[in-house]
Design a binder for this molecule. Structure first.
Ligand code: FES
Ligand code: FES
Length: 180
């Protein structure tokens, strides 16, 4: 395989990044090794475990299945870039309260997946905490420690917070959990 390098420009966590990357470098390796954003983890490198989940143009993707050159011109967000996001803050708080993490290896990706799930539910107005839907959503994220029960419980709790505060959008809005 060619190891030619390419010049790329993308926005990472709100900052423009210009770099030369090898044609074979995947996005998660580029984020971790070149940009030192180590919140996205590398497990299987085959698209199976979900540990490498990042957001590309607002949608979660497998960072190991996307080449860095394919992200040229796009907006990339990692867990580091979600600091201060109200919904993410709620999720992090409740994950801690529910003991929804142990080693934490799966946690950044699990949080990004849960964030997209709840955002989508809130956007569509379909407020129905549904454990099967939560389990289905996180089924692409492997967790070796928790047995998933506490993660499902945490995601459901945050969903219920938004259910009881339906006028508040998940992004950029007051945190429904902040008055706990
Ligand atoms: S490292 Fe990407 S899915 Fe496992
Ligand atoms: S908390 Fe250890 S892999 Fe999920």
């Amino acid at each position: 395989m060619s190891d030619r390098s390419y010049s790329v420009s993308m926005t990472v966590n709100g900052e423009v990044v210009n770099a030369n990357v090898s044609a074979r470098t995947n996005l998660v390796d580029f984020l971790r090794q070149d940009l030192e954003l180590t919140g996205s983890h590398v497990g299987c490198e085959h698209g199976v475990c979900g540990a490498c989940t990042v957001r590309v143009d607002g949608r979660i993707m497998r960072g190991c299945l996307l080449l860095a050159v394919q992200a040229d011109g796009q907006s990339v967000e990692t867990i580091e870039g979600m600091a201060g996001d109200p919904l993410m803050t709620s999720l992090q708080d409740v994950f801690v309260e529910e003991n929804a993490l142990q080693c934490g290896f799966c946690t950044p990706a699990m949080l990004l997946t849960a964030h997209e799930f709840i955002s989508r539910v809130v956007e569509t107005g379909a407020y129905r905490p549904d454990r099967d839907a939560i389990r289905d959503t996180i089924s692409g994220n492997y967790c070796r420690c928790t047995g998933y029960q506490s993660i499902v419980q945490a995601v459901e709790r945050v969903l219920i917070q938004y259910e009881t505060a339906p006028t508040k959008a998940p992004n950029g809005a007051p945190n429904p959990g902040s008055d706990r």
